[in-house]
Design a protein around this ligand. Structure first.
Ligand code: CMP
Length: 139
């Protein structure tokens, strides 16, 4: 099934100018970038995006981190895009990420883990609409 998923290249990665290298890995994996923008989120905007984690102990730190610098948000499209992008990202904790994954290559720790990807069709729909209008997605 052709799916769309939301990707964020996080502030730790943009600070090290890794956006190009990460996008190359995404495209080489066969995922098509059908929308993209560079943003500097406020803590409130990051909090709205991660509202599902509101009760987690790391929520406030996560909002500060995600608003600490620019992010590159994009919509990726392809066959089973949600699961395929999660495989390409690797485990949330880079110490557990497999060889060949984005987080193994670039993540610094469990918070500054370089990339985000939607985890299910419902979250993908919410996350894509959080950043993009229909007109901004060009398949
Ligand atoms: P992400 O996949 O974007 O989803 C939630 C984010 O919270 C996660 O990546 C990390 O950047 C951050 N985070 C910080 N601490 C934790 C933790 N203990 N467990 C899961 N996510 C964490």
């Amino acid at each position: 099934m052709i799916q769309r998923t939301l990707s964020i290249i996080k502030p730790d990665a943009t600070a090290r100018s890794l956006d190009g290298a990460i996008l190359k890995m995404i495209q080489e994996a066969g995922l098509k970038v059908v929308a993209m923008k560079r943003l500097h989120l406020t803590a409130e905007q990051a909090g709205g995006f991660y509202a599902v984690h509101k009760e987690r102990p790391f929520y406030n730190d996560l909002c500060s981190f995600m608003s600490s610098g620019p992010v590159l948000v994009s919509v990726l499209e392809g066959e089973d895009a949600i699961a395929r992008y999660r495989t390409l990202m690797g485990a949330t904790n880079p110490e557990k990420a497999e060889e060949g994954t984005i987080r193994k290559a670039y993540a610094q720790n469990i918070e500054a883990n370089s990339v985000h990807g939607s985890d299910a069709p419902e979250t993908a729909a919410f996350e894509i609409s959080y950043f993009f209008s229909q007109l901004e997605i060009v398949g």
